[in-house]
Design a protein around this ligand. Structure first.
Ligand code: F0G
Length: 480
């Protein structure tokens, strides 16, 4: 039997995407002290990974999938590709990763007109994909705290709701010396998302404005005070999120020919990580080609779409002012990972061709209709998952995807976190700025069987009979 324990360790460095400066990975850095640009982390001895054949890597990952060592079942199933500096004792495992890939219900597939599946990243412990990156960022923090004997570390993040839920959960689990503080745009996270850091015991702070305002505040804090920033500016998050790519490849038996991935883009950490993950697999020969990646943005928060919609020579980076979006978790006008996307998209296109990386724009109405349609077919897509389906529909209509390809849509969070948007749709209560008119066929609401007073007026047996009769009438049941 294959020994699943990692034997291969590596040295890592931060690499600045602006000036190529390199810094050792044993301190927490977010931006380059020299030029201020963002980093990616690199394993210096990455070439050593090539000493093991692609077949042996695959066998190792399959063996870990079958092992009972929990730390090696989650995102650290791919330990050597993610953060080979970490020690086993620091790995935090809360059941993240290895999320199900669920084929589209046949009726939905037939309506859309091509084979596709959802990867349900809402089935992570805090109900979003953020847990992949947090597992890595917190394992690294534990490692740092142990090496430095730190007595207290404040972890901070700005969030549209899911980063904060995840950061607070992992901080609560690890406990001392970590303490979690989250900064949220007041009124712009859902009640379910807000309940999460509250329940985990984090310090929850609200600020008027949107996510981009909160992000600037925590960036200022991270530059001037001793705090650990947990937004995806923290490159350790990106490494953990690469596991999405590894899992996807492994699930498809390392054959990703004709696969198109649809990914919602907000702060752009997720699409960065997915590209980075597939580029590593490609370089090591674990996949022979790259899947095509389609980033999807709402027209109410679409700076990355606008950038790539311009002809290559006329592209200038321009943050946008966001407008209210049902894909609220991705409602970001100035994504901090944009420089990473630009860099990795160049490499991705160089290795996979011009059509390997594209950004699609969708309308708010399309996002809601797609989410509700998916969920009426037994899926559990959040609004961002709806955004992916809307992106697939548009890509098909634009001729960017052919019906012989297959698509994998990222349902980045659980539908329950975004139940309020479903409610607004069903009750036709969206404020005008969303521009959403409900399709009456998709609306649904509870129906009262008996008036409230009936419970007190009738004996138990009579009450049961009356309710059953009312139900039989409503459902037009025929007697046996
Ligand atoms: N989907 C969900 C459910 C999200 O929570 C986010 C981002 C995205 C998509 C976009 O991913 O930022 O990697 O491009 N949420 C962050 C947060 C910003 O604070 O929870 P991204």
């Amino acid at each position: 039997m294959t020994d699943v324990f990692p034997t291969l360790r590596g040295r890592m460095e931060y690499v600045c995407l602006g000036c190529d400066a390199r810094y050792p990975a044993d301190s927490l850095l977010y931006t380059c002290p020299g030029c201020g640009n963002v980093f990616l982390l690199e394993t210096i001895d990455f070439h050593k990974l090539k000493e093991r054949s692609a077949a042996d890597w695959r066998a190792l990952f399959d063996a870990r999938a079958a092992s009972r060592i929990t730390a090696l079942r989650g995102v650290f199933r791919y330990y050597e590709f993610i953060a080979p500096v970490l020690d086993a004792q620091d790995i935090v495992y809360l059941g993240e990763g290895i999320t199900p890939i669920v084929e589209a219900a046949p009726a939905l597939r037939d309506q859309i007109g091509l084979s596709f599946a959802y990867k349900n990243d809402g089935q992570n412990p805090s109900a979003s994909f953020k847990d992949r990156g947090m597992a890595c960022a917190f394992s690294y923090l534990k490692w740092l705290c142990r090496r430095n004997n730190w007595e207290e570390v404040l972890t901070v993040c700005a969030s549209t709701g899911d980063t904060s839920a995840s950061a607070a959960l992992y901080a609560a689990y690890v406990g001392a010396p970590l303490k979690s503080v989250v900064l949220l745009p007041a009124g712009k996270v859902t009640p379910q998302q807000l309940s999460q850091p509250l329940g985990s015991g984090a310090t929850v702070l609200e600020l008027p404005g949107v996510f981009d305002d909160c992000m600037k505040v925590v960036e200022h804090l991270a530059e001037n005070y001793r705090v650990a920033l947990l937004n995806s500016k923290n490159s350790w998050r990106i490494l953990g999120q690469e596991s999405y790519a590894y899992e996807t490849a492994q699930w498809h038996d390392w054959d990703v020919v004709d696969l198109c991935l649809f990914v919602p883009v907000g702060n752009a950490g997720n699409i960065t990580a997915i590209m980075s993950g597939f580029l590593k697999l490609h370089e090591l020969g674990l996949v022979t080609n790259l899947p095509r990646i389609f980033g999807v943005q709402s027209e109410h928060a679409d700076p990355v779409y606008r950038y790539y919609a311009a002809p290559a020579l006329a592209r200038t980076w321009q943050p946008v002012r966001v407008r209210p979006s049902v894909a609220q978790a991705a409602m970001i006008g100035n994504p901090v990972s944009f420089p990473r996307v630009r860099k990795l998209a160049e490499r991705y296109i160089a290795a996979g061709g011009e059509k390997a990386f594209q950004i699609i724009q969708v309308r708010e109405q399309e996002i809601m209709d797609a989410m509700l349609k998916a969920n009426r077919h037994g899926h559990i897509a959040c609004t961002q998952g709806g955004e992916c389906l809307a992106g697939l529909v548009n890509a098909l209509a634009l001729g960017l995807v052919s019906r012989s390809e297959r698509a994998l849509l990222d349902a980045t969070a659980h539908s329950l976190k975004f139940a309020g948007f479903q409610e607004l749709y069903f009750t036709d209560a969206f404020s005008p700025e969303y521009g959403i008119t409900p399709n009456i066929d998709l609306a649904n609401r509870p129906e009262a069987l008996l008036p409230r007073s009936a419970r007190n007026e009738l004996e138990d047996a009579a009450y049961t009979r009356k309710a059953a009769e009312a139900m039989a009438k409503l459902l037009r049941l025929s007697p046996k």
